[in-house]
Unconditional design. Structure first.
Length: 114
């Protein structure tokens, strides 16, 4: 099986992000603007080669270098990620969500497993 990978996004809630979070927007009705929330993305299970390729689009040269796990948004190759999403179409929507959360000021963290 090898390495699996996911991204954890952590950032401030606003009505604008409610549509791209884990749960239905109405479940966030009582959530205060600015409350820190999290969102899990991707859950790549195809194995080490796909997870490593995914990591490179996030600007990570070594998925097991924990110093790189806080993703530098300026290093994300969104064009490459969109090509990745064209090949692995089950992740295409999450690439759009990742881009939105990055724009809304969320911190992004890479998490390998395996």
């Amino acid at each position: 099986m090898g390495m699996c990978a996911e991204v954890i996004a952590i950032g401030p809630f606003s009505a604008e992000v409610a549509d791209v979070l884990d749960y239905r927007p109405e479940l966030y009705a009582k959530t205060a603007t600015g409350a820190i929330i999290s969102r899990r993305l991707f859950g790549i299970l195809e194995g080490s080669s796909v997870s490593t390729e995914f990591a490179t689009y996030l600007g990570i040269s070594d998925p097991w270098d924990f110093n790189q796990h806080k993703i530098d948004k300026a290093k994300i190759d969104f064009a490459g990620l969109k090509e990745f999403g064209a090949v692995y179409d089950s992740y295409a929507d999450e690439i759009e969500i990742l881009e939105a959360l990055a724009k809304f000021g969320f911190e992004l963290h890479f998490r390998p497993e395996g």
